[in-house]
Design a protein around this ligand. Structure first.
Ligand SMILES: Nc1ncnc2c1ncn2[C@@H]1O[C@H](COP(=O)(O)OP(=O)(O)OP(=O)(O)O)[C@@H](O)[C@H]1O
Ligand SMILES: [Mg+2]
Length: 271
């Protein structure tokens, strides 16, 4: 049975997709069979891995359209496809369930369905034995898509950006996690808070780090992801940080984070 993680924060641009992609890639490198699920209508994870339509118009002319996924997680939520039918193999040990812009209507389209918060959980059960780790990248909203992601997993990773107002909205996020726990998923745990886009040279970043640490205490991962230009560049080339710039600090940070997640998981298993 796969260990399941959702990467959640309703705040935009905090590093959810970067973390999902590169944590997944770090674990895949370590020999884990990894499935990444893109639950964001923006489809950034899908395009980051070179599978979706490029948002870059110049690149689009030369884009190999065979890489644009026909079937996506949208079809799964609608009940038209099984999860196994939309999964693509991206590279060794790394599979992806791609997203599409169609997902932006899911909240409304699924609104009347009983058990709509548990569609993804049921879909994942079909493939869970094929993987060691399943990571779900969430959109910057606490709507039905994120609720499905929270209801489906064992653990939540919360990336926070190392900036002023980093904790803005965190209370609401923790309340939502508690509600999902109470109603749909009693064993849901906050796996940890990951500080992303950290610039240790800035005094403000250090102050923000201290604030986050004071609020979350032990829940803050030891690993910190530093601001690194290669991490910002890699998505445009459709590559993970390990493919794009294996010697960058970004690769170093996500490798270390991968180790920490594996260790934490072991501890969790041992109890
Ligand atoms: N450590 C980093 N250093 C430099 N740039 C980064 C870093 N982490 C993320 N980025 C860049 O910052 C932007 C936001 O990151 P990302 O897309 O991962 O955030 P997100 O939380 O998934 O955003 P959204 O809420 O829109 O889904 C992206 O352009 C990404 O390439
Ligand atoms: Mg994202």
């Amino acid at each position: 049975m796969a260990y399941t993680i959702s990467v959640v924060n309703q705040k935009g641009g905090v590093g959810k997709t970067t973390t999902s992609v590169n944590l997944g890639a770090a674990l895949a490198q370590r020999g884990h069979r990894v499935l990444l699920i893109d639950m964001d209508p923006q489809s950034n994870l899908t395009t980051h891995l070179g599978l979706g339509e490029s948002l870059d118009e110049e690149a689009e002319e030369v884009k190999d359209t065979s890489l644009v996924p026909e079937d996506t997680i949208y079809d799964v939520l609608k009940g038209a496809k099984k999860l196994s039918e939309v999964i693509l193999n991206r590279s060794e040990n790394l599979d992806v369930a791609p997203s599409s812009l169609m997902l932006s209507g899911a909240d409304l389209e699924l609104g009347g369905i009983i058990g709509r918060e548990l569609i993804l959980k049921k879909a994942i059960a079909e493939v869970a034995d094929n993987y060691d780790t399943i990571i779900i990248d969430c959109p910057p909203a606490l709507g039905l898509l994120s609720l499905n992601a929270l209801a489906a997993v064992e653990s939540v990773i919360i990336p926070v950006q190392s900036e002023y107002l980093a904790l803005h909205g965190v209370r609401q996020l923790l309340d939502t996690i508690d509600q999902v726990k109470a109603v749909y998923n009693p064993t849901l745990q906050v796996g940890g808070v990951l500080i992303c886009l950290h610039d240790s040279r800035k005094r403000l970043a250090r102050a923000v780090y201290d604030t986050i640490k004071a609020y979350f205490g032990e829940l803050v991962f030891d690993s910190v992801v530093r601001t690194n230009v290669s991490l910002a560049e890699a998505p445009a080339s459709g590559q993970t940080i390990f493919e794009y710039a294996p010697r960058s600090t970004g690769a170093e940070d996500y490798l270390a984070f991968g180790e920490e997640v594996i260790d934490g998981k072991k501890k969790a298993c041992v109890g």
